[in-house]
Design a protein. Structure first.
Length: 159
């Protein structure tokens, strides 16, 4: 499969603006977001650009997407005023290969928020079947000067 023959995403998914997840996330192919039952859902189509030699999604792509997505999902769900959540720890469990052409969907849960840390977990599923599990810890940063213009507010405006 080439990138020219990629199926479109499911309805409701939109690309993230570069201001929310630019840099390395975009260089790795990025991901899309949607809102479902009040939660931020992530997803991406596995293309040849993010596949390994066996034709499956590279674990590094899955880890990158999970890292960025989990932070955004927590900020969205909890309306945190943090401008940026640097990763302290990210653990991945790869449960099944994700084939080229598959739509990989992400969902997240906030486990705990303290004064300085955020704990989250998430699943990557394909057709409702778990393919990877992620667990992350993020460091909370002080809110910016314009705390009304947060990542969560930007995501809500996008969706």
């Amino acid at each position: 499969m080439t990138n020219a023959t990629v199926d479109p995403p499911p309805p409701g998914f939109v690309p993230l603006p570069e201001s929310l997840a630019g840099g390395f996330n975009l260089a790795s192919g990025g991901f899309l977001v949607a809102q479902k039952a009040g939660a931020l859902i992530g997803g991406f189509r596995v293309t040849s650009a993010c596949s390994n030699q066996a034709g499956f999604c590279h674990g590094g792509k899955l880890a990158t997407v999970c890292d960025v997505y989990l932070a955004l999902a927590v900020v969205f769900a909890e309306d945190l005023r943090d401008d940026f959540l640097p990763t302290v720890s990210l653990t991945m469990d790869f449960m099944a290969p994700v084939a080229q052409g598959a739509w990989a969907e992400l969902q997240a849960d906030t486990l705990r928020i303290t004064r300085s840390l955020v704990f989250a977990q998430g699943l990557v599923t394909v057709g409702g079947v778990p393919a990877a599990r992620a667990s992350a810890v993020y460091h909370r940063t002080p809110p910016g000067r314009d705390s009304a213009n947060t990542m969560g507010a930007a995501l809500r405006a996008l969706l």
